[in-house]
Design a protein around this ligand. Structure first.
Ligand code: HEM
Length: 116
């Protein structure tokens, strides 16, 4: 089961690369890659928490305040990315929305790594 968990962690890191990379390469527009990365982060993050909490052999003890903070930030990232992408498709660019989504995704990387 540890292998499955680690594969989800790897997918989580690829999602992070997509949302941050999609932001840097596509700004001031929200790219399709950024939206899919934001969706992937929410889904893979929730799977990780579900597995860590329910599978004893993984021996994970998550900090739920940290996880809750990441969840709230991640919902904002996905919301801004979805709205920004929908506007971009209609030819209307709202750069602050792109920067809010990308900036908050970077904040979540810092929360993930620096909050010990
Ligand atoms: C934009 C959104 C997100 C980004 C950029 C992000 C980034 C990261 C990064 C870089 C790591 C690796 C940290 C390390 O191993 O030191 C990580 C791990 C993790 N993330 Fe996220 N994350 C996001 C969203 C979420 C969400 C929404 C959840 C759950 C609600 C979540 C749950 C977790 C968990 C449980 C781990 C620990 C994996 C482990 O080492 O066992 N993440 N995240």
């Amino acid at each position: 089961m540890e292998l499955v968990y680690n594969v989800v962690v790897a997918t989580h890191l690829l999602g992070m690369a997509a949302v941050v990379g999609g932001y840097v390469a596509g700004q001031p527009k929200v790219s399709e890659l950024m939206v899919w990365g934001a969706r992937a982060q929410l889904i893979t993050g929730l799977i990780l928490v579900g597995m860590a909490e329910s599978i004893d052999s993984l021996d994970k003890d998550l900090n739920m305040v940290k996880v809750g903070t990441k969840l709230v930030i991640s919902i904002l990232v996905a919301a801004f990315a979805e709205m920004g992408r929908a506007d971009a498709k209609r030819g209307k660019d709202i750069p602050w929305m792109t920067h809010a989504a990308g900036g908050l995704a970077i904040v979540n990387v810092l929360v993930a790594v620096l909050w010990t």
